[in-house]
Structures are given as structure tokens and as C-alpha cells.
Design a protein around this ligand. Structure first.
Ligand code: BES
Ligand code: ZN
Ligand code: ZN
Length: 492
């Protein structure tokens, strides 16, 4: 899409589709001014209860003889309840309805909000449009010609002082939404086309694009480093596991933030084979995808940050070589793990990733993983955050709230450590069955973190995928974590 900021008068907007946001309890300034031209046509719609400005409702109005050929009215609900997330959602709906009506659209921002706050408002609307318009068409060969697509949108402002903040908001939205949609592409690509080697190739492409430092530990290197945990999980696949390490460092960055991502390209469950949702398990690399998206955003925005990303790329399959329930494996921090369930493989992979990331002595360490089905039960499509650090928890939740990529805290007390003690080895990879599954995953991971006070675990088991159509999240991979972590790094 090619999107621009234009300065001009609302009434003279020349566009096939003018998008007007308005409220439930009053008309927006944009609506009032356009309605003057239309001799009260919009007020009449409201009076007839055909369009009342309720959140996420839309109405099309034809104005063929004008410079704007059609109007798309989009409701925001009550004015006092409008947040940036309301704008994002309304814009997502506008994109999906709008692309059926025209190939370009114009969204006006009047001086009402002055230049202050305009950048974030434009950003929210542009993010909603760009994420809402997302489609994954790589595997479609039929019906593409009939598909209606948006070629671009125009952000219309009326004052000179608004141009710059509007451009900044638009630019930021393009970067952020681009990163989210990139993560979605990686996740949606079937495991047959997105194995550990392909994920590595994607990381290499990203490293090249942004001149990131890159290291990939292949099988021999993993063996040399004593990374018996990730190696065990990957044993059942002919595609060997690998650890991908990417580093972005801007001049003058002070704090070092390290990230670990679960990159299980397919999770069959192993010998504890999955009886449910196995076809969904291509998205078990959602944590890795979120981190690649975050890196893309941070590097494009030239964020003043120092970030290292460690991805455990592996497939959990069954074969004569696969690891077995009851096996004991050793992670690179020296701790032994009794694998009581081969389907709790993400934490085994992350044991080596976190051990390695700990050796870098980062100021903050965060892992992100589709770790448990329990996260989905507990939080639906919200990300779970677990950390002993109250400040870090608050920062993650705040970044989630600000970006609409929400997270909520779940408990992690020392009492829970009991749950992962093993009779045979140092720890076991499952907790107390059917109880506090998200926390059990986190206490297990904590065993491989050198400084737990600086660490947070993000469980996106429920957040990675949504089979409901959301206003700006079309059904499927959500890109959970990209917006949240990009903002978090900027705020840390
Ligand atoms: N990748 C799954 C978690 C998952 C399941 C995410 C369904 C999203 C939807 C993970 O590897 C897994 O299977 N976890 C087990 C852990 C259990 C055996 C302790 C789970 O959640 O059932
Ligand atoms: Zn599993
Ligand atoms: Zn898994």
C-alpha cells in the first residue's frame, strides 16, 4: 500500500471513499461539516436510527456528484469512552468494509485535536487500517482476480502544523503494522514450508536487511556447548535443531535486553502425541516470529536500544530417533531434566535458550512462547506475564495496554517450585497435572535463568491465534507480542 499525508480542506476532499468517524452520543466535527454540504442527510440517518454511531457499526452513503464519491460512516461509540484502541478497531473495520467499496480511501483529521496527540491518533488509525487489511494469499490460486484490494489511503489534515505529526504517526504505523503482518506470515505458513531451516533463512534475511549481528549454532555447536535439551527435542526430525542468535545495537544504547523465543516449527507432541489441535501446531513458533517482528520494527525505527534475540528452532516429531517419555536430558547450565511428557517440549527448548541468554548478563531477560494450552484456558487471547519483578510486570502490562496487544499477570511464587521437582533428575518438565499449568511452565523456566529478578516469561499459548474475526485482527495468527515488545523495549 502507498499511503500519504495530504493538506487540504475537508469539504474539497477528492477521493472515491471518505471515511468519517463519529460518535454515538454526538456527531463528530467531520460529520457535522460534511453534513452541512449534504443538507442534513447524515442527521436524517441518525434520526431514522439507520446509523447511530455505535462502536464498530458502519454505513455507506453515496454522494456521486461530489469530489468524494462515497462516504463510509464508522461508529466509535460514546465519545468519553474512545481510546486509541477504539480508533484502531474502528479503522480495522473501515479497512475491511472500505476495500469492498473503493481501492483508495481518505481519512480526515481536523484541527479539533490540534497537533498535540495527532501523531498517536493517526498512528492508531493507520495501524488499524494496515492490520485490518491483512490477508495471507500465498496459497490461493483461484479467485484472486475478483478480490478487492486497497491500494492505499490518505490522511487528510487541514493545518500546516499537523503535517509533521501526521507523517510521524503514519510512518510509525507502517513499521509496526508491517512487523505484525510479517510475524503473521511466518506463523501462518504451514510447517511443511516453515521448518527450522526456513526459519533460519528468515532470520538471515532479516539480519541482512538491517545489518544485524547473526550467529547460528548448528547441531555440532549445540553438542559442543552441552545444549542437550534443545538437541533432545529435535531428535525426532531429520531437520536438525538450531539456535539462532541475532543482535541489534544502536549507538548510545545503555541497557541490554535479551529475548528468548520458542521456535517449535511443528509440535506433534512427540510420543505423548497430541490428540487435539495438532493441525494448529504450525503456530508453535509464534514466540520466535514475534521476536523477528519486534527486531524488524526496532531496527527500522532506529530505536536507541541494545537487543539480543535467541531463538530455539526445532521440530517436535515422532520417529525411532525421537526423545522418549522418561528420558533425562541435560541443559547447558548443567541442570538435568526428567522429560515426563514429550509434549511439554517448549520449556525444554527454552531451558537451553535461557541458559545461553543468561551468560550474556543482560539487564533484562524476557522469553516469549506458545508454552501452554493452560494459558488459553486462563486468559483467552491475552498474553500471560509471569515474573518475580513487580516493576517489570507493570511495564509489560502498560506496554500491552498502550498498544492494544494486551498482557495480564499470573502468579509466580517460590511455593510453586515444588511442582517441578523431580525424583530422578533436578527438575521435571511437567507440574501438578491440571493445576496452574501456566505457572508450572514459568517455574520450570526460572530454573534456567541466572537472575530471575531481571526476567519475565510471556505465555502466548492463547494469544498467538484467534479463530474469531476481530476488527483489526482477521481470523488466524495475531502477531501477538510484536507491538507489546517493541513498545516495551522503547520504554525500558
Ligand atoms: N505448544 C503447546 C501449547 C499449546 C497448546 C499452545 C495448544 C496453544 C494451543 C505445548 O508444547 C504443549 O503441548 N504444552 C502442554 C504442556 C503439558 C503437557 C504440561 C499443554 O499445554 O498441554
Ligand atoms: Zn507440546
Ligand atoms: Zn509446543
Amino acid at each position: 500500500m502507498v499511503n500519504t499525508v495530504l493538506i487540504g480542506k475537508l469539504e474539497q476532499a477528492t477521493t472515491p471513499l471518505l471515511v468519517l468517524f463519529t460518535y454515538e452520543d454526538q456527531d463528530s466535527a467531520e460529520c457535522k461539516r460534511i453534513d452541512k454540504l449534504l443538507n442534513g442527510q447524515l442527521a436524517a440517518l441518525r434520526k431514522a436510527k439507520e446509523f447511530e454511531g455505535k462502536a464498530l457499526t458502519v454505513e455507506t452513503v453515496r454522494t456521486e456528484d461530489r469530489a468524494f464519491k462515497k462516504l463510509l460512516l464508522v461508529g466509535l461509540g460514546k465519545k468519553k469512552d474512545v481510546t486509541l484502541e477504539t480508533l484502531r478497531r474502528a479503522a480495522g473495520t473501515a479497512a475491511k468494509t472500505g476495500r469492498e467499496l473503493a481501492s483508495e480511501l481518505t481519512v480526515p483529521f481536523l484541527s479539533a485535536g490540534k497537533a498535540k496527540g495527532l501523531d498517536v491518533a493517526v498512528q492508531a488509525v493507520a495501524e488499524g487500517l494496515l492490520m485490518g487489511d491483512y490477508r495471507f494469499l500465498k496459497y490461493k490460486t483461484q479467485g484472486l482476480d475478483e478480490l478487492k484490494t486497497l491500494k492505499g489511503f490518505t490522511v487528510l489534515v487541514e493545518e500546516k502544523g499537523q503535517v509533521k505529526p501526521a507523517q510521524q504517526g503514519l510512518k510509525r504505523a507502517e513499521v509496526i503494522a508491517g512487523a505484525v503482518n510479517y510475524a503473521r506470515d511466518l506463523i501462518t505458513t504451514p510447517a511443511g514450508d516453515m521448518g527450522p531451516a526456513v526459519l533460519e533463512a528468515e532470520a538471515r534475511k532479516l539480519a541482512k536487511k538491517h545489518s544485524l549481528k547473526l550467529a547460528v549454532f548448528q547441531k555440532e555447536e549445540l553438542q559442543k556447548r552441552g545444549m542437550g535439551a534443545i538437541l533432545a527435542v529435535g531428535k525426532g526430525s531429520p531437520v536438525t535443531p538450531r539456535m539462532i542468535v541475532l543482535e541489534y545495537k544502536a549507538a548510545g544504547a545503555k541497557k541490554h535486553v535479551a529475548f528468548c523465543g520458542k521456535g517449535v516449527c511443528f509440535d506433534s507432541g512427540g510420543y505423548n502425541i497430541k490428540l487435539h489441535m495438532m493441525e494448529q501446531m504450525k503456530d508453535d513458533m509464534g514466540g520466535a516470529a514475534a521476536l523477528l517482528g519486534m527486531l524488524d520494527a526496532l531496527a527500522t525505527l532506529k530505536a536507541k536500544a541494545h537487543v539480543t534475540v535467541v531463538i530455539g528452532a526445532v521440530e517436535n516429531l515422532v520417529s525411532g530417533d525421537a526423545y522418549k517419555p522418561g528420558d533425562v536430558v541435560k541443559a547447558s547450565n548443567g541442570k538435568t531434566i526428567e522429560v515426563l511428557n514429550t509434549d511439554a517440549e517448549g520449556r525444554v527448548v527454552l531451558a537451553d535458550c535461557l541458559s545461553y541468554a543468561s551468560t550474556l548478563k543482560p539487564d533484562t531477560l524476557i522469553d516469549i512462547a506458545t508454552l501452554t494450552g493452560a494459558a488459553m484456558i486462563a486468559l483467552g487471547t491475552v498474553t500471560g506475564v509471569l515474573t518475580p519483578n513487580d516493576k517489570l510486570a507493570a511495564a509489560v502490562i502498560a506496554a500491552g495496554e498502550e498498544t492494544g496487544d494486551r498482557a495480564w499477570r499470573l502468579p509466580l511464587w517460590d511455593d510453586h517450585k515444588e511442582d517441578v521437582k523431580s525424583d530422578l533428575a533436578d527438575v521435571k518438565n511437567i507440574g501438578y497435572p491440571m493445576r496452574a499449568g501456566v505457572t508450572a511452565g514459568a517455574v520450570f523456566l526460572q530454573e534456567f535463568v541466572e537472575q530471575p529478578g531481571k526476567w519475565a516469561h510471556l505465555d502466548i499459548g492463547g494469544a498467538v491465534f484467534d479463530d474469531r474475526e476481530r476488527p483489526y485482527l482477521p481470523k488466524g495468527a495475531t502477531g501477538a507480542g510484536v507491538r507489546l515488545l517493541t513498545r516495551l523495549v522503547e520504554r525500558l
